[in-house]
Design a protein around this ligand. Structure first.
Ligand SMILES: *[C@@H]1O[C@H](CO)[C@@H](O)[C@H](O)[C@H]1NC(C)=O
Ligand SMILES: *[C@@H]1O[C@H](CO)[C@@H](O)[C@H](O)[C@H]1NC(C)=O
Ligand SMILES: *[C@@H]1O[C@H](CO)[C@@H](O)[C@H](O)[C@H]1NC(C)=O
Ligand SMILES: *[C@@H]1O[C@H](CO)[C@@H](O)[C@H](O)[C@H]1NC(C)=O
Length: 247
């Protein structure tokens, strides 16, 4: 009698409170605080350059504090270039950037939305990043297939991504083997020393006196030097033109 009553009680409990059954065997995975991009990268073991760059640009604390508040927001996705990716850049590439450009470079690897591989299939291009300039946000074009593979293009660099480092809402981190150089910083429009240097002698060529000083300064190979050489060329040419006019 008692055991039949007990069985009925257990039956009623499970029937009326199925959650009690569902929750009993749940694993011990209680989320411990907000995710930490630095900790994820440190655990990955091959992101020391990115960690350093995020630190010097304060994007680590920036992102971590945003993550702390984003449990009800869209979350974040980070494309994390490996140390090899940074090492294969042209020497001096990072140092050629201003502090603000380094911030933009890092932010250009961060999407203000949490994407799993599946969610990437629903993303519409161009996908905006955290970086923005005077022409609006820096963007990436991202295509995904059903085999957990992405093609990501910055307009300058195109890579295939298939290595998820950590994908735990609200932070997804994917390993990438190239730095996604932004179009805005490294595109064809960006000033290069070569074209301006070849322009300078042509400009000064209209006046024999002007081509001397401008041309003799071509030992400098940085763009600032080329720009000032060009400025000298122009001002000398302008002076010669004015003198020629007056005489
Ligand atoms: C994130 O992790 C790094 C490295 O483990 C640690 O130094 C830092 O204090 C952590 N930041 C936060 C906000 O918990
Ligand atoms: C996250 O925010 C809470 C409340 O605002 C704060 O107490 C906590 O220290 C923050 N944690 C981190 C890791 O920043
Ligand atoms: C990525 O590009 C490669 C080569 O261009 C192509 O074979 C592959 O199908 C593309 N994958 C996706 C997900 O678009
Ligand atoms: C993305 O694709 C569009 C259309 O093909 C193109 O105009 C744009 O330049 C691309 N942007 C990037 C960052 O690759």
């Amino acid at each position: 009698m008692a055991s039949a009553g007990m069985r009925i009680a257990v039956f009623l409990t499970l029937a009326l409170f199925p959650a009690a059954l569902a929750q009993a065997p749940s694993p011990t995975a209680t989320p411990k605080g907000p995710p930490n991009i630095t900790a994820v990268l440190e655990k990955g073991g091959q992101y020391t350059t990115l960690i350093r760059l995020m630190k010097s640009t304060q994007q680590d604390t920036q992102l971590n504090s945003q993550l702390n508040n984003s449990f009800n927001g869209n979350g974040y996705t980070v494309f994390a270039p490996t140390d090899n990716a940074f090492n294969s850049l042209k020497p001096g590439t990072l140092n050629s950037l201003t502090q603000q450009q380094q911030v933009s470079l890092v932010q250009g690897h961060i999407l203000p939305q949490y994407y799993t591989f599946d969610l990437f299939e629903t993303a519409s291009n161009p996908v905006r990043t955290q970086a923005s300039g005077k022409d609006g946000p820096y963007t990436l074009n991202i295509t995904a297939n059903t085999q957990n593979q992405l093609n990501v293009s910055s307009g300058v660099v195109e890579i295939t991504v298939n290595n998820a480092l950590s994908v735990v809402k609200p932070l997804a981190v994917y390993s990438v083997d190239k730095v996604l150089l932004p179009l805005e910083l490294f595109g064809a429009k960006a000033p290069a020393a070569a074209p301006t240097a070849s322009k300078a002698p042509k400009k000064g060529g209209s006046s024999g006196a002007a081509s001397g000083p401008a041309g003799s300064d071509d030992s400098t190979d940085d763009s600032t030097g080329a720009a000032s050489a060009r400025a000298v060329g122009w001002s000398v040419a302008g002076l010669a033109a004015v003198l020629g006019y007056l005489l």
